[in-house]
Write a protein that binds this ligand. Sequence first.
Ligand code: FAD
Ligand code: NAD
Length: 463
Amino acid sequence: MSDRFDLIVIGAGPGGYVAAIRAAQLGKKTALVESEPRLGGTCLRVGCIPSKALLESSELFEKAVHSFADRGIRIDGSLQVDLPQMMKHKESVIETLDGGISGLLRKNKVQVFTGRGSLRPNGVVSVNSGETSQQIQGDRILIATGSVPSSLPGIELDGDRVGTSTEALSWPEVPEHLVVIGGGVIGLELGTVWKRLGAKVTILEYLPRILPGIDEQVAAEARKIFSAQGLEFRTGTKVTSVVGNRNDATVTIEGADSIVCDRVLVAVGRRPCIDSLGLDAVGVETDQRGFVRVSASYQTTVRGIYAIGDVIGGAMLAHKAEEEGIACVERMFTGFGHINYEVIPAVVYTEPEIAAAGETEDSLKAAGRKYRAGKFAFAANGRARAGGHTDGFVKILADAETDRILGVHIIGTHAGELIHEVAVAMNFGASSEDLARCCHAHPTLSEAVKEAAMAVDKRAIHS
Ligand code: FAD
Ligand code: NAD
């Protein structure tokens, strides 16, 4: 046994590395075990960050091709996508941030072990790097092993013609025809990237609508806007098999013609990463879908072993994992740590962006809760007009009696930034009138948020 720690964290994603830093800040001797050579987890290596780098780059290209001329910017000669350079930029962003995390861990004296961690009895974690194996011991252990892409029966993921988001973030050429299975967040974000770079993109969704979980009105607006941008949606579509060949792939659909395309992205959700973690060996229980069961203080069914982030289910979001990492460690070592699960913002980074927090109209109706809705369109906002971003709206839902804000739903440019004003207000129990009476600078997109708050009381000025 090489060393004994107050806490061993397994998994260096946003949940795990943040938890490790917080434990170190609280003066605890902390180890962080990660199987991959790079830190940052799914989020940094093959998730949030690379997808946003490609979304940003592809949006620049899209604007240069389609918007510059209208604004009086002429480019003589043709515009080309230099995909290897775009990918190089994406990699450099990952590398820089990976270095940043390493630096933070060093600064906080968190000891990093590279290798696959598995649980052994009596607080022991075995770290296996393939060549070497070592055992470390902790008073407490935190499982933060995240998630991996799911697939479907009948689909052969070959990592080439038929892949998941991991491969779709690094394809060497722009597909001519990309079929995406799943009209959720990944389908829309990565479908958008490859569409902007020149692919024909067909999104096949099993449900009758896209973006399940997002406010229905927002999802319907999104479908309209993204269809106009060129994404093809086929909802209510059941894929029965996908087979990749050398140069193409065949997607078989129930009750419709098969599609032959050159690449398939399978984006039908993610499942917890618990493979070879040794949960059974120590008695940590999972639910039917494999998510680790935890108590309100994130303790698993085994005393001293905790879990947070994607591996425990709920919203599979980096910031939710981070908040849980901090709350879990604070509860362990200080007795208090808190998350307001009612206000976890979710953002889809398309253009326009989609952002939501709190209740939807559907969830309020289902709960029989009376509410008032205030809606304001970006088309009536001066700053949105000036920038040519007139698509979308802000919708605020407030309790019919108390006026407390219960939910916010935005589809519009920079929605992912705008949402936080309302989210902060919600965390402080604000009413729509509180928001409506705050002076907002002009001309800003935030004025649309203020107007939506005023619209709850039917007194928006500009609509
Ligand atoms: P992860 O980030 O999955 O990290 C778990 C880590 O544990 C990994 O590094 C893994 O290698 C390691 N590990 C697993 N098993 C072991 C073991 N036995 N031993 C040692 N190490 C192990 N979320 C957002 O909030 N915003 C976004 O914009 C966003 N975009 C996304 C885009 C894509 C394409 C994808 C796939 C996901 C995206 N997500 C986004 C989701 C986000 O990445 C996850 O919710 C988040 O990474 C979960 O954090 P985590 O710490 O729980 O787990
Ligand atoms: P998702 O749950 O967002 O979407 C999956 C979609 O696939 C759903 O619309 C579902 O109805 C559909 N689907 C399921 N089975 C199907 C089938 N047999 N045929 C056709 N469609 C089917 O999952 P995702 O897009 O894979 O993303 C995984 C996770 O990663 C999500 O939980 C998400 O929170 C996270 N993520 C977040 C962001 C972000 O925050 N911007 C970006 C990407 C991913």
